[in-house]
Design a protein around this ligand. Structure first.
Ligand SMILES: [Cu+2]
Length: 150
């Protein structure tokens, strides 16, 4: 029971970090969930069992809201999580201790084999924003990429 409560609390905190701009450094660096009516571009990303995202380097403009259409072309479950590297690594560690954990955050698309999902994201600061697959072993095998925000 204690474990569940701790996990729920962590989820809430994680959700809050992506809730909007102006509450700290982290979310303005990685951007924030965007609104469908602000989408200017759709970008297709595929995930595969070679532990790669295609493309794995995506150029976006500062202030741009994009719809990422994410397709799992593998036989394994994969996901795409947008975040700051250290936060992603911390999250990956947590995933290892809770392998059945489900993601529902707006910065995440968790996809069963053959499935497609979408993330709408606004990039509000120039720089590099990371994304990764946090399923145990995948990030370590190189399943990561980055947005270049210019
Ligand atoms: Cu993966």
């Amino acid at each position: 029971m204690k474990k569940i409560v701790a996990f729920l609390l962590m989820s809430l905190l994680a959700g809050q970090a992506f809730a909007g701009a102006g509450h700290g450094k982290q979310e303005s660096v990685v951007g924030m969930p965007g609104h469908a009516d602000e989408v200017t571009r759709t970008i297709n990303v595929t995930l595969n069992d070679l532990m790669r995202f295609t493309p794995d380097n995506i150029n976006v403009k500062k202030g741009e809201t994009v719809r990422l259409v994410i397709t799992n072309k593998g036989q394994l479950k994969h996901e795409l999580v947008i975040g700051e590297t250290q936060a992603l690594l911390k999250h990956a560690k947590m995933m290892r201790s809770m392998p059945d954990m489900q993601h529902t955050s707006p910065n995440t698309a968790s996809l069963e084999p053959g499935k497609q999902g979408a993330i709408i994201w606004t990039f509000d600061k120039a720089g590099s924003v990371d994304f990764a697959c946090l399923i145990p072993g995948h990030w370590e095998a190189g399943m990561k990429g980055a947005f270049s925000v210019n």
